[in-house]
Design a protein. Structure first.
Length: 111
């Protein structure tokens, strides 16, 4: 007879700690979406400028940016502003989500 293993998280899913972690994840997703919308409207701004525009700490903006970058939604580039080298955040263009082959296929489509 095979041994049936219980889901190791089954006891934790009803705990207050698990609920708290899930609430933090949801809040992080909301934060990321708000920041992404700002980056999309103002591409090329620094993390510092974004934090001032939205009224968040630079740490909160940077943490959200890192999650967005890990998800492949934004990228960071080095730029010169006011004679200084700064890191600026830009959303990915829609074409960057596709391979060159897929883009060629789009070009061949008839509508």
């Amino acid at each position: 007879m095979p041994i049936m293993l219980q889901d190791p998280l089954s006891d934790l899913k009803d705990s207050p700690a698990f609920s708290a972690v899930e609430a933090v994840k949801r809040k992080g997703a909301d934060t990321d979406w708000i920041l992404y919308q700002l980056i999309d409207k103002h591409p090329g701004e620094s993390i510092y400028a974004l934090s001032k525009a939205i009224g968040w700490s630079t740490g909160k903006v940077y943490a959200s940016f890192k999650r967005l970058a890990e998800d492949g939604m934004v990228r960071i580039e080095r730029s010169m502003k006011g004679g200084r080298s700064v890191l600026v955040v830009k959303p990915l263009e829609w074409q960057e989500f596709f391979t060159p082959e897929e883009l060629d296929e789009f070009k061949k489509m008839e509508f």
